[in-house]
Design a protein around this ligand. Sequence first.
Ligand code: SF4
Ligand code: FES
Length: 247
Amino acid sequence: MPSTVALSVTRYRPEEESEPTRQTYEVPYRKDWVVLDALNYVKDKLDGSLSFRWSCRMGVCGSCGMMVNGEPKLTCAAFLSDYFPGPIRVDPLQYFPIVRDLVVDITDFIKRLKRVKPWIIWKEEKPLAEGEYRQTPDQLDFYKQFSMCINCMLCYAACPVYGLEPGFAGPAAIALAQRYNLDSRDTGALERLDILSEKNGIWDCTFVGECTKVCPENVDPAGAIQQYKLTSAAHWFKSFLLPWGTK
Ligand code: SF4
Ligand code: FES
């Protein structure tokens, strides 16, 4: 059995190259290694100039997302043994501009996220002296799944609509909007609905469902979008029948 595996990695050094190129490194094959371990081996032992993002190494920070053999993956959770005997191809997350090597520019995603107001919108904020805003376990369960998002952007790299229509709000932003809509403390659902019912919102989604398949946290962004579409349709129907009674 070979004791190494070939790692074929995108390189892009904008000060030297006008287009991305590829570079292949032979790294030790170890069953307990993930792709991120192999990249760190390259960085530490073979080529310190290789750039990539990571932090927690345990599927929490969301920063190590890359394309591994063409699929969006957290590289800290993608075992070399799943790709053995290789070669293993590692690319930056698709549909995002490359900053350098395997690092992508996430500015666009952050803008999209801000647009849907992913925070609690209070009707009236009570004074601190009045204490916490309490929730029952059932109220928490209602939105908990959508709150598990780690902003890894794998769902964007898996979404053909985002690839074709970069204006699309995208799966994670919509799932996070829904997380706040379902929160018993929030009163901003109609504001978000107005934003997400417009062009580049929920109706751009063609329900391919890849976002949900690749999500490492089981957030189910595709499910969130379908819930949103139902709410939006019901709201439109009500506003059509009762134009004075929906807001
Ligand atoms: S919804 Fe899932 S795949 Fe998308 S950013 Fe959040 S955790 Fe990542
Ligand atoms: S390094 Fe934090 S999620 Fe992979």
